[in-house]
Design a protein around this ligand. Sequence first.
Ligand code: SF4
Length: 248
Amino acid sequence: MALFCDDARMKSPADRIAAAYDTLLAAYGPQGWWPSRSPLETMLGAVLTQHTSWRNAELALRALGARGLLAQPELARTPEKTLAGLIRASGSFRRKAGTIKDLADAIRQGPGDVEGFLALGDGALRGALLKIRGIGPETADAIMLYAARRPVFVVDSYTRRYAERHGIIVSRATYGEVQALFARALPRDAGTYAECHALLVRLGKEHCRSTRRCGGCPLAPDLAEHEAGARRAKPMKSSQQRTGGRRA
Ligand code: SF4
């Protein structure tokens, strides 16, 4: 695992993630994502929100709903071109229409209905999703978590940004490494993983933006503690280098 934190006096990355979750939950409260949507709507939302805001994804979902296409048989029967026209608001609409069409086909050609598809075993479900053009690990895991309610942690750019800035991960850490770290740090439970993901998205929108706004950020104390620890660790490393790695 490509992680920082080699100073025994500093908290472990897992402890800091668990503490960050508690802090964010106390600061923002439960986010209540996708509480009453059907599993199919949740799956479509995960595709439509790729590289755009949830607001735009929601406009596209509403357009599909207005045409009665939030049901699997109707969706599978609809030509890709028609879908593309309806989901324009979500951006990259031709590519996303292809993904939605392939998703509907995978459900129809596999178990036949959404419930059966989402009841596949973890490996089979993730494998089926990753075979669909336009679905990568993040979207597949969002569907596993929010539609199938599996305890799978979703790693997105907001998660990575916070974790990198706090020295919890390095930029070359893989998707799987970051996912395993967060999954291990929190109780293995779909509700907790979903809440943590939603809280990190809120953090990324309110404070940890591309230009960070640390003033007033709930995680500013953790950052200050980490930076102080890193400053303490530096002289220790230099002195070890001077003594050829032997303890002075
Ligand atoms: S805004 Fe600053 S304190 Fe808040 S999570 Fe980002 S880097 Fe940390």
